[in-house]
Design a protein around this ligand. Structure first.
Ligand code: SF4
Ligand code: ZN
Ligand code: ZN
Length: 311
């Protein structure tokens, strides 16, 4: 068995239990954790995501990505608190178990956790929404983004961090390229600046594969929920993610190269004309004051609809 590269530098002979093909790096468990946190720090710095003086709000779902992000940021000494949105998904006790995983992590990290109960805030849950529309997943995403932004502004967080990983970024990049979806391609950067009433948004795990994140979560003993949402629209893994996995298997490092080279070589081509690829002009929702493409915003409209329905 290969020896850990970093132990070898320290003149120890520890066998490597983990091999990172994309980095051609054999590591022992302890050095894997060190590598992971150092690489995360480098990612944060090279994309100028945030500094140690800023307050970060991490969107936590109870899955491996967001809990890993929260743990690793805290280990690195960042001031990161969590926000969990209780979606009311009872199937397989999904929301309840997710909430427990998040609460257990908050306790072990000793960091504040904010919880928003969707039903208390809006008068409906995701399963209620699902009965009304097939687009419930995209609306669920909008509701989550809305509360993240609103709470961050209200409580003075300068940055919102989400757990999107390299697999997510590379497969969505492939999908957007194959469909020449310029609007999404122009915004494909792991930092979205603070503008038009939106708090800065960052994706610090954008250079880590799902497998690397799972390894970190397991070594650290994070109490994450391995199951994904039972209401996911995608019965099977999307085609682009599978294609990227296959490429990575045959040519390790493809995902990272594809994504980083896009950011370095192609994304700057959009820079000058960025506004041409943006959504329609944003306005302020007349009811809640949040930025929106129309007023009232989607969340206020849904709230109203369900209130009328309940009468
Ligand atoms: Fe929401 Fe579940 Fe759809 Fe994710 S899969 S957007 S959590 S309903
Ligand atoms: Zn080692
Ligand atoms: Zn509104």
């Amino acid at each position: 068995m290969a020896r850990c590269r970093l132990c070898r530098n320290e003149k120890k002979r520890t066998p490597a239990e983990i091999y990172l093909p994309a980095h051609r790096l054999p590591l022992c468990r302890q050095h894997f954790v060190e590598w992971f946190e150092r690489y995360l720090e480098r990612t944060i710095r090279s994309f100028r995501m945030f500094s140690r003086r800023e307050k970060i709000l991490v969107a936590v779902s109870g899955g491996k990505d967001s809990l890993t992000l929260w743990q690793a940021l805290t280990s690195l000494g960042y001031e990161a608190d969590g926000l969990f949105i209780y979606l009311g998904i009872e199937e397989n006790s999904f929301s309840l178990l997710s909430r427990r995983a998040v609460e257990a992590t908050a306790e072990r990290l000793g960091r504040p956790l904010h919880i928003i109960d969707m039903e208390a805030e809006l008068g409906f849950t995701i399963p209620d929404l699902r009965k009304k529309t097939r687009k419930y997943c995209s609306m669920c995403g909008s509701v989550k983004r809305y509360y993240l932004n609103q709470l961050a502004k209200r409580l003075g967080y300068q940055v919102i961090a989400t757990g999107h990983n390299l697999d997510d970024e590379a497969s969505s990049l492939l999908g957007n390229l194959l469909n020449w979806n310029l609007k999404y391609l122009a915004r494909k950067y792991p930092v979205l600046p603070e503008e038009h009433g939106f708090v800065r948004k960052v994706k610090p795990l954008c250079r880590f594969t799902a497998k690397e994140i799972r390894t970190y979560a397991e070594i650290k003993g994070l109490p994450y929920l391995p199951e994904s949402c039972p209401l996911s629209e995608e019965a099977t893994r999307p085609l682009y993610a599978e294609l990227m996995d296959e490429l990575e298997e045959k040519a390790p490092g493809t995902k990272l190269r594809f994504y980083l080279e896009y950011l370095r070589k192609a994304l700057p081509l959009f820079a000058e004309k960025r506004e041409n690829f943006m959504d329609k002009a944003l306005i302020k929702c007349e009811r809640c004051g949040e930025p929106a493409v129309s007023s009232p915003c989607l969340v206020c409209r849904l709230k109203e609809e369900f209130k009328n329905h309940a009468r």
